[in-house]
Design a binder for this molecule. Structure first.
Ligand code: ZN
Length: 130
């Protein structure tokens, strides 16, 4: 897949400060504050940075962790995953495969058949309701 490349100035102009902080600076929104934490309307979650399809509402569940949680991405190549050792922890970072924007982290403690919890910042997502 061809990566979307923009300068930091372009991203800064297109995104809200919070979206920029999460997507481009690998920030994390405060728990229980995100727009989609407790939204379960049917639809598709797109990348707030580039519009790529990332998650389906079918995979979304309430993990109680304070951020939107998904059991699987919308497609096998929708997200990239990489080991993140910042803050003295070993975690797996989740990024939009299309633009490289930081979305959140993935943890192996999900309750669903996949056993996977994609813990994603609301600021990195845009829901298109069905
Ligand atoms: Zn993207």
């Amino acid at each position: 897949m061809e990566k979307i490349k923009k300068t930091e100035e372009q991203w800064r102009a297109e995104l809200t400060p919070e979206q920029y902080h999460v997507l481009r600076e690998k920030g994390t929104e405060r728990p229980f504050t995100g727009e989609y934490d407790h939204v379960f309307d049917p639809g598709t979650y797109h990348c707030a940075g580039c519009g790529a399809e990332l998650f389906s509402s079918d995979a979304k569940y309430d993990s109680g962790c304070g951020w939107p949680a998904f059991s699987a991405p919308a497609g096998g190549d929708a997200v990239d995953e990489e080991t993140d050792t910042s803050f003295g922890m070993v975690r797996t970072e989740v990024m939009c495969a299309a633009c490289g924007g930081h979305l959140g982290h993935v943890f192996p403690d999900g309750p669903h058949p996949t056993g996977i919890r994609y813990c994603i910042n609301s600021a990195a997502l845009r829901l298109e309701e069905e």
